[in-house]
Write a protein that binds this ligand. Structure first.
Ligand code: GLU
Ligand code: MG
Length: 453
C-alpha cells in the first residue's frame, strides 16, 4: 500500500484514518499560533533525531509520512555512520508517521508543537528497526499474558553556563539552589504542566548544578518513553531560554556523581500480595528475577555510551552491582515497597540506567527480560542490604562498553524480542562507539559526550 500504512501491528494502525483528526488538529494548532511541528524518534545511539513540518503540512505528514533515511539507525552519537548486516549506506528511505495522540504544543518553544513518530518503509510496512514499535510490541506481549505495566523515567541533568560553570553553587539537595534558580525551576515545572506531564517532584541533586525531575508513571511503556523524551527536550528548551545549557550525559565532569535516568516500573496489582515473598505476587517476583538475571546484557541498552561506564561506578548511587535490594540505592534493582495503605503503591526501580539509553529500547528490553523470567518461574535471590562495593561475591555489571556489547551480542532473548535488524543495528552502533573511544582518556570521553545527550 504505497503512500500509507498497511497491516495492523500496533496502536498506530488501530487509529482511525489520519486525515480527519490531522485536519482538526492542524486547525486547532493554527488557532493557537503554532507554526511548526517537530517530529522525533530516538535512534540506537540514544540521540533524538528530528524532522519538522509546518502546520499546513501536518495532514500530509499524517497521511503519507515524512521521509528520512534509514542510515540513522547506524549513526553513532558523534554522527558517524557505521553499518550492520542489514542497514547502512546512502540508499533507501523511510516514512515517519506522527502519533497524533501524543502531539502537544511546546510551552518553552512558542510557535512549536511536538509529536513522536513510528517508522515505516515506503510500502507501508512497519520498519523492523523502529525502536518505538519494539517497545509497543513488548508492551502488547506482556498484556497478552495479563501483565499490565506502568513505567516512568526519572530525569537528572546538569545545568551550566557556556563556560561550564554551574549557575547555582548551593549544597546537594540544598534549598539554596532552589532560591538561586527559582525562576528556572518554576519555568520547567510550568512548561511540563502545560504539556500535560504531571510532575511528582523537582529538586536539586548532588553534583553542582545538578537537578532532577520525576514525573507520574505512564499507563504503558511507550507512553513513559514518549514522556521522558518530552521532559528532556523541555528541560533543554527552558534552560536555553535562561541562557544556559542542560546536559543529560552520563558524566558531566570528572570525579563527580553522574546523571542517571532510572526506570521505575510496576506490574499492575502485583506489588501488594500478602502471600508472596517480599510482598510480590509470584509473577512479579519472577519478572524481577528475570531482569536481575539478564542485567549484563541489558547493560548495553541501559548504559550504551563509552561515558556510561564512567558513571556506572561503585558507591555513586548508580547501581553498579548485579544485585537487588529493598530501598537500597546502591543496588542495580531497587524494590520500593511504597506506602502500605496505597493499593497502587510499590514498584521497582531499574537504577543503573542513564540518559544515553534509548528509552523505548530500554523499556522494551526490560519487559523482554522480565517475561523471560516469568516463563522460567525464576525466583529472586536474597536481597542485598548496604553498599555491595568490595564485598566478597559482589558481581559488578560490565564495566566497559565492549564487555556489555559482548553480553548483548550473545543474548538470545534480545535477539528474539528485537528481531535481527534492530538487534544487529544496535550492536553495530555499540561496537562503533566503543572503537571510537579506544585510547581516549576518561576526561576526553566526558568532553566528547557532554553535549551529545
Ligand atoms: N545521580 C545518581 C545516578 O547517577 C543517582 C542519584 C539518586 O539516587 O537519585 O544515577
Ligand atoms: Mg536522583
Amino acid at each position: 500500500m504505497a503512500g500509507g500504512r498497511a497491516g495492523a501491528s500496533g496502536a498506530g494502525e488501530t487509529q482511525p484514518p489520519p486525515d480527519e483528526p490531522a485536519r482538526a488538529l492542524a486547525a486547532g494548532l493554527e488557532a493557537a499560533r503554532v507554526r511548526v511541528v517537530a517530529l522525533t524518534w530516538t535512534d540506537n545511539a540514544g540521540i533524538v533525531r528530528a524532522k519538522a513540518v509546518p502546520v499546513a503540512r501536518l495532514e500530509a505528514a499524517a497521511r503519507f509520512g515524512v521521509g528520512m533515511s534509514p542510515c540513522f539507525d547506524v549513526y553513532t552519537s558523534a554522527d558517524l555512520m557505521t553499518a550492520s548486516e542489514h542497514l547502512g549506506g546512502p540508499d533507501g528511505d523511510l516514512r515517519l508517521f506522527p502519533d497524533l495522540g501524543r502531539l502537544v504544543p511546546l510551552a518553552a518553544q512558542p510557535g512549536w508543537a511536538w509529536a513522536p513518530v513510528d517508522r515505516y518503509d515506503q510500502t507501508g510496512r512497519p520498519h523492523p528497526g523502529c525502536q518505538r514499535r519494539f517497545a509497543r510490541t513488548m508492551q502488547e506481549r506482556a498484556a497478552a499474558q495479563g501483565i499490565g505495566l506502568r513505567m516512568g523515567f526519572e530525569t537528572e541533568w546538569v545545568v551550566a553556563t557556556p563556560g561550564l560553570e554551574p549557575p547555582s553553587t548551593g549544597p546537594a539537595y540544598g534549598m539554596t539552589r532552589i532560591v538561586e534558580l527559582s525562576d528556572y525551576l518554576r519555568d520547567i515545572a510550568a512548561a511540563l504542566a502545560a504539556q500535560h506531564i504531571e510532575v511528582l517532584q523537582i529538586h536539586p541533586e548532588y553534583t553542582a548544578g545538578q537537578f532532577e525531575v520525576s514525573t507520574a508513571p505512564a499507563a504503558g511503556p511507550v507512553g513513559a518513553a514518549d514522556d521522558v523524551v518530552l521532559v528532556r527536550e523541555t528541560v533543554r528548551a527552558v534552560t536555553a531560554r535562561h541562557g544556559w545549557r542542560a546536559s543529560f550525559a552520563p558524566r558531566f565532569t570528572a570525579g563527580t556523581v553522574g546523571n542517571g535516568s532510572h526506570l521505575h516500573f510496576s506490574l499492575d496489582g502485583m506489588h501488594r500480595d500478602p502471600r508472596g515473598r517480599y510482598g510480590l505476587a509470584p509473577e512479579a517476583e519472577s519478572f524481577l528475577a528475570g531482569v536481575l538475571d539478564r542485567l549484563p546484557a541489558l547493560t548495553a541498552v541501559a548504559n550504551p555510551s563509552p561515558a556510561s561506564a564512567l558513571r556506572l561506578v561503585p558507591s555513586h548511587w548508580a547501581g553498579a552491582y548485579r544485585c537487588w535490594g529493598v530501598e537500597n540505592r546502591e543496588a542495580a534493582l531497587r524494590l520500593v515497597p511504597g506506602d502500605p495503605a496505597d493499593p497502587d503503591g510499590g514498584h521497582a526501580e531499574y537504577k543503573c540506567a542513564d540518559a544515553a539509553a534509548n528509552p523505548y529500547l530500554l523499556a522494551g528490553s526490560v519487559i523482554a527480560a522480565g517475561l523471560a523470567g516469568v516463563a522460567e518461574g525464576a525466583r529472586l535471590p536474597e536481597p542485598v542490604a548496604g553498599d555491595p562495593a568490595g564485598r566478597p561475591g559482589a558481581e559488578r555489571l560490565p564495566s566497559g562498553l565492549g564487555e556489555a556489547a559482548d553480553h548483548f551480542a550473545g543474548a538470545e532473548f534480545l535477539k528474539e524480542a528485537m528481531g535481527e535488524v534492530l538487534h544487529g543495528a544496535f550492536l553495530a552502533v555499540r561496537r562503533a562507539e566503543d572503537a571510537a573511544a579506544e585510547g581516549r582518556t576518561a576526561e576526553e570521553i566526558t568532553d566528547d559526550t557532554r553535549w551529545r545527550y
